[in-house]
Design a protein around this ligand. Structure first.
Ligand SMILES: [Zn+2]
Length: 694
């Protein structure tokens, strides 16, 4: 039994409002236990539970950085448990840095529309990066099981590119039985590329990610170990990382996990040891220029967290804004979904043009800032909140990013815009002029959905959202389908279910699948279960369709009902108006409103008609046909008509056609309205050009 650091009798009312209140308590208890383990500095698979994750693996890595050669050299001892349920002879490893090895890799082949290193013609020799596995052998304490590696080969399970060396497969001379552990010693040398995509160096700044031979995941007896693609991210099992990094003594270092040891080697180098349990990756950084800033997140009843910010001197004025953003993020995500369970979080302010900004790793992430960073456009706040959010969506709820990128990026984009909405005033429109100086248009508020709708309009029809990351048509499609579209779907779902039910569904999903590998199916089933209704129709129109949503008012008119002419029977005369009393007859108006479905996706919508006397008439339309006409006869004219008046369908790509006046309003002519719509459109389209974040 593991001693508890904290009492597990939290009874704050708030937690019991959660769907997963009980599992949350269990988590806090487990969390307390795991913190004790961390302090013991022992990291072995045999540790008795309870653990947050299943800890299939354990990496003990010892490496040294040579900043002149841009090389990280050393070895890893990987202990791995075969939970596949069957004996295994072959093992697959990611060698991600080989994406940068030469211009024939799949990663670079796929990057033709956005070449690496800004597409420079002559690529210097030291820009290329690689991981070279010098040796790989099975080591074991038992004489009886010491298999030999009899085959090593590079495989390319995703494409026909025989030149790609991002996946290494090895074969043993005897199989590892189900349920047994195996221990590899892998000696490797990784040369870091010049920073261009997520990892590498920029002058004296080193951001070291995807840098060590990393074992794949076995699912249903098969290795899930994809090649490194230009748009895809990663997938790995949970375990323990115990990593010792030797760097020049003047380097300031930050990494995944908690620093548990530090040793001056007396030769101008220092070795830092980091330990983290229940994570699925490890990244680190070092530079002599970093300013290290520390604060403590204390926000009961959430667990306390040590926050470290590694700040470049030119951004020292952003320290407070970075920390405020981290605190907002830990507070809101922790409250909505479940507490952040790790002791540390380290945020790196990335070097200019290092390609490493806006990336997430367990307990470790990069923000991103321009020297001119106006507060009103939330930079670096936006990216920081986003990357902290990945601790929940990717870090703990660890879906396969290769195959279902929307499941972390989409959920996280929705969660991020939620935090921004609660913690900050709406962003303002900004343009950079004269080579980067920002001009903020204070009066132009940007609704949070503006950028995402613009991107949906541009690329929403390119692909069905739920497909594998490298199979999207291109970068635009990947961006739309991993970020903007799911974000807008989730906002639409939230408006459909209501905030309370949505948060209950999302926290249930998180707590059920944290430290696991959930899929789209798991997500849908959880939503249906918590909402207590089959939302299949909703997901068919969104997750599994590339059709866009656009409902609008095509026409809205009120015409005076003509004087009665012709032959009327006696019982018709009253409602038609008597011919004889023409002068005194009450004027009546026939209002006609035509609502149209301009795009392919079908949703039920509400239509609101507001009349001159203030009366409102609401009609429900199932939204299936191309259009629907409503006719109402009343003694007053229609003032205006609106489809989806509560703006539930946040996915509607063109909100400017959702309402229409029946006649000209004083001071707001048709021309003015058209101008206003055009301005909005121009603005939205402009936003498409803004760079997105990872
Ligand atoms: Zn992201």
């Amino acid at each position: 039994m593991i001693p508890m650091l904290t009492s597990c009798s939290y009874s704050h009312k708030h937690w019991f409002q959660w769907a997963g209140g009980i599992s949350f308590l269990a988590l806090l208890c487990t969390l307390a236990g795991s913190r004790v383990l961390a302090s013991s500095q022992e990291a072995v698979l045999e540790d008795s539970g309870p653990h947050l994750s299943d800890r299939i693996l354990n990496y003990r890595i010892e490496v040294e950085l040579d900043p002149l050669e841009k090389k990280v050299t050393g070895h890893e001892i990987l202990t791995w448990r075969n939970q596949s349920g069957q004996a295994l002879r072959d093992f697959c490893f990611h060698l991600y840095l080989n994406a940068f090895k030469n211009n024939r890799s799949t990663f670079i082949r796929e990057s033709s529309s956005r070449p690496l290193w800004d597409g420079i013609e002559e690529i210097p020799d030291d820009y290329w990066g690689y991981t070279n596995v010098e040796s790989i052998q099975v080591i074991s304490d038992e004489e009886s099981f010491r298999p030999q590696v009899i085959k090593r080969e590079y495989i390319h399970p995703d494409d026909d590119n025989e030149m790609d060396r991002t996946v290494l497969r090895i074969e043993l001379d005897q199989p590892l039985p189900a349920g047994e552990e195996i221990k590899f010693r892998i000696d490797f040398e990784s040369r870091l590329p010049k920073g261009t995509r997520r990892t590498g160096w920029a002058e004296d700044y080193f951001f070291v990610a995807q840098w060590f031979p990393k074992i794949g995941v076995v699912q249903e007896g098969q290795w899930n170990c994809h090649q490194y693609h230009q748009s895809t991210e990663y997938f790995a099992d949970f375990g323990v990382y115990d990593v010792s990094l030797t760097v020049p003594t003047d380097f300031v270092v930050g990494a995944t996990g908690k620093r548990v040891d530090q040793r001056d080697n007396g030769d101008g180098t220092t070795t830092y040891r980091y330990l983290q349990e229940d994570v699925h990756d490890f990244a680190w950084t070092g530079s002599p220029r970093f300013l290290e800033r520390k604060r403590r997140f204390s926000d009961p009843p959430l667990p306390e967290v040590d926050m470290t910010l590694l700040l470049l001197p030119e951004h020292r004025h952003l320290e407070k804004r970075y920390f405020t953003a981290i605190q907002h993020a830990l507070h809101y995500y922790g409250t909505w979904f479940g507490p952040y369970p790790y002791e540390t979080i380290t945020v790196v302010d990335p070097a200019y043009r290092s390609g490493s900004g806006g990336m997430e790793y367990p307990t470790f992430l990069t923000g991103g800032a321009n020297f001119w960073a106006p507060e009103k456009v939330l930079s670096p706040e936006g990216v920081t909140i986003h990357e902290v959010g990945h601790q929940w969506w990717y870090g703990m709820s660890a879906n396969n990013e290769f195959e279902e990128s929307w499941l972390d990026e989409g959920l996280n984009s929705w969660a991020e815009s939620r935090v921004q909405k609660y913690a900050y005033p709406p962003s303002r429109f900004m343009r950079r002029l004269f080579g980067g100086i920002p001009f903020v248009f204070d009066s132009v508020e940007i609704p949070f959905e503006t950028g995402s709708l613009a991107s949906l309009r541009r690329g929403g029809q390119l692909d069905v959202m739920t497909r594998r990351g490298w199979e999207y048509l291109g970068r635009t499609s990947y961006r739309v389908n991993s970020y903007s579209k799911p974000e807008m779907i989730l906002w639409t779902l939230e408006r459909w279910l209501g905030e309370e039910l949505m948060l209950k569904a999302m926290s249930t999903y998180f707590q059920r699948y944290q430290f696991k590998h959930p899929t789209t199916r798991d997500f849908i089933e959880t939503i249906n279960e918590v909402a207590q209704q089959d939302m299949g129709w909703f997901f068919e129109q969104t997750f599994f369709s590339s059709e866009l949503v656009d409902y609008g008012i095509e026409t809205a008119t009120s015409k005076k009902v003509p004087d009665p002419k012709g032959v009327f029977d006696e019982d018709q005369q009253e409602s038609a108006g008597s011919k004889e009393e023409e002068g005194e007859a009450e004027e009546r108006y026939l209002t006609e409103v035509v609502v149209k479905r301009f795009e392919g996706a079908r949703f039920p919508v509400e239509v609101l008609m507001v009349f001159e006397d203030g009366e409102e008439i609401r009609r429900q339309w199932d939204g299936q046909d191309r259009w629907r006409r409503y006719r109402v006869e009343k003694p007053v004219r229609l003032k205006y008509a609106v489809v989806d008046p509560e703006r539930k369908l946040l996915l509607d790509i063109d909100p400017t056609n959702n309402s229409r006046y029946a006649k000209e309003e004083e001071g707001f002519s048709l021309a003015t309205r058209k101008w206003a719509s055009k301005w909005l459109f121009w603005l939205q389209n402009l936003l498409e050009m803004f760079a997105f974040i990872a």
